[in-house]
Structures are given as structure tokens and as C-alpha cells.
Design a protein around this ligand. Structure first.
Ligand SMILES: N[C@@H](CCC(=O)N[C@@H](CS)C(=O)NCC(=O)O)C(=O)O
Length: 304
């Protein structure tokens, strides 16, 4: 297996999901610490414009979005399985957890501690959503977002009600990791962590997940990671798929953009078009030819 390089930063919940996945699979990996806000001059040459965090680099292949990163790690290291139950059930649980809890938890935390974040951070996140920073509005979000989060906390407590250690039974899986990381983020502040106090089973479950750890990890510089991409060839594609993207065929020049915020499209030649994966080949003077991969869900492909 090629060296796994996670472009991440410490305080990112989605990165924590993948770091614990490395722990679950007892994997060795390298980390590159990337900026939390734009500009990201040593990151975008690799991704072609995707600015979100994290991405996983393996040589000259770059996997964007934790939904695909998790599937790719599972493909490369199937044991122990990432799925505590079936792939379908774990994935459905993880979709629910992230869709239901990530924004309420993040906006509760950021609203409550708004004055502790630099104004550049607020401007960056507002721009990412296509708006303008408004500190008072950000602060006013804390209470309603907490109200939206609470039903999810109660449901998680209920899921653990029969004393099972993990959401789908005896083993931790993708569903656990996706529900864990937004709440891990709350644990970083005493006032936000206090919201979890009434849920005793939930807290014990969070502790079990935290105890999994992060596998074996060492950092590397962004420059070394870019050199690694430049000195590698993208992996051969044995099964490119085809026919899954309306309006685009393998070999077409396309733009792949996020659908839930400013799209920041990544442009290249469509080289993978599978049920759950899209990839484009592109090149950049700093890294040469790379293939950038995305999950199907959450991304839109348009012809260029
Ligand atoms: N669906 C994406 C969401 C990733 C995401 O929103 N990450 C946050 C950090 S936790 C982010 O990108 N924030 C802006 C940034 O880091 O530039 C995934 O699963 O990877």
C-alpha cells in the first residue's frame, strides 16, 4: 500500500473522523498540517481548487471528502472492516449523523465562542457559504443550533439504550465515526462539552471511540507532499466505469464542484465515473499529472 498522507489540521472534526479510522485499522500514516482558512497555496495545486479539509493523498492520487476517503481506506485495508454491520446500514447511519449533527454542533460551538475566533476565520467561512461575515448573527446562532442538536443527542442515547458498546452492536464502524466527530468538536470547549453531561451512555460511547486513538502517525511538510505527487504516477485505473453521470462521458473535460456551498470546481478529464466515485485527471506545474477523486454524493459534474 502506498504511503497514506492526510492533509489535515488538528481542530477539524472531519479530520478527526479519518484519524480515528486510522486508529481503527491500526494504520501508519503521514499528516500535512494545512491552513484552516484560505489561502492554501501548498494545498490547492494538489486538489485543483478543492479547499475543504481533509483530503487523502496516495502518491499522485488525491481523494477528497471523508465519505470517499473512508471507502478508499477500506479498499486498501479491508481488515478489520470499517462496517460494523452492512456497508448500507453503516453508510446510512453516517449520512444521518453528519447531515443532522455537523452544522448544529459546529455553529453552536462557533456561535458560543465567536469572540475567540479571529475575524479572518469568520470572513473565510462566510465567503465559503457565499455570504458576508456578521459576528452578531453568528453569536445568535448558538441557541437555535443547540436546540436542533439536542434531539440527535437523545436519539444517540436511545440507540445505546440496551447497553451495546457501539451504535450497531459490539464493534465500532463508520456509523460511529460519523456521529462521533461533531460531538468530539463540542468536547473542545467546557461550555459546549457541558451540554453532553446529561447523556451518560453517550459520554461513555464517546470515551470508547476516543480511546481507539489515531494509529501510527508522523507529520511531513507540504513541500514534501507536493514533491511526492510530482515524483509519482497516478495509479492505473482498471475499472473506470461509465454511464453514471448524466451529460458527461469518460474522456470529457468536466468540472466537479461541491453542491452545498461555493462550488470551487475542479476541472479535468473524467477518468472514473462509477456509482459512488468520480475522478478527474489534471495537471499542475507544481505536481505534474494527478488524479483527483470525489464521492458521488455532494458533488455535481458539469461539462466544460
Ligand atoms: N463532506 C466533507 C465536509 C468536510 C468539511 O466541511 N470540512 C471542514 C473542516 S472540518 C472544512 O473544510 N472547512 C473549511 C476548510 O477547512 O477550509 C467531508 O466529508 O470531507
Amino acid at each position: 500500500m502506498g504511503e497514506l498522507i492526510l492533509h489535515h489540521y488538528e481542530g477539524s472534526p472531519y479530520c478527526e473522523k479519518i484519524r480515528v479510522l486510522f486508529g481503527l485499522k491500526d494504520l501508519a500514516w503521514r499528516g500535512v498540517d494545512i491552513p484552516t482558512i484560505m489561502p492554501k497555496p501548498d494545498y490547492l495545486p494538489l486538489t485543483g481548487g478543492y479547499r475543504r479539509t481533509p483530503s487523502l493523498q496516495v502518491g499522485a492520487d488525491v481523494y477528497c471528502d471523508t465519505r470517499l476517503i473512508a471507502a478508499e481506506i477500506e479498499r486498501r485495508r479491508p481488515e478489520p472492516s470499517l462496517y460494523a454491520d452492512s456497508e448500507g446500514l453503516d453508510t446510512a447511519l453516517s449520512q444521518w449523523g453528519e447531515a443532522g449533527m455537523f452544522y448544529p454542533a459546529a455553529l453552536f460551538y462557533i456561535g458560543l465562542y465567536a469572540d475567540k475566533f479571529p475575524m479572518e476565520f469568520h470572513r473565510d467561512r462566510a465567503a465559503m457559504r457565499g455570504g458576508r461575515a456578521d459576528l452578531e448573527r453568528t453569536k445568535a446562532q448558538a441557541a437555535p443550533r443547540l436546540a436542533q442538536l439536542r434531539p440527535h443527542l437523545a436519539w444517540l442515547e436511545d440507540m445505546l439504550g440496551d447497553g451495546r458498546p457501539y451504535l450497531l452492536g459490539e464493534r465500532p464502524g463508520l456509523g460511529d465515526l460519523a456521529c462521533y466527530h461533531p460531538l468530539w468538536f463540542l468536547g473542545r470547549g467546557s461550555k459546549t462539552a457541558a451540554e453532553l453531561d446529561p447523556y451518560t451512555r453517550l459520554r461513555a460511547w464517546l470515551e470508547r471511540l476516543a480511546a481507539i486513538g489515531h494509529g501510527k502517525h508522523s507529520e511531513m511538510t507540504a513541500a514534501d507532499a507536493l514533491d511526492r505527487a510530482r515524483d509519482s504516477e497516478p495509479e492505473a485505473i482498471s475499472d473506470p466505469g461509465g454511464g453514471f453521470t448524466p451529460g458527461a462521458a469518460l474522456g470529457d473535460r468536466v468540472a466537479v464542484g461541491c453542491e452545498d456551498r461555493v462550488p470551487e470546481p475542479v476541472v479535468g478529464e473524467l477518468v472514473i465515473d462509477r456509482l459512488n466515485e468520480i475522478a478527474v485527471r489534471r495537471s499542475d506545474p507544481r505536481v505534474g499529472e494527478v488524479v483527483v477523486h470525489f464521492p458521488r454524493l455532494g458533488y455535481v459534474v458539469s461539462a466544460v
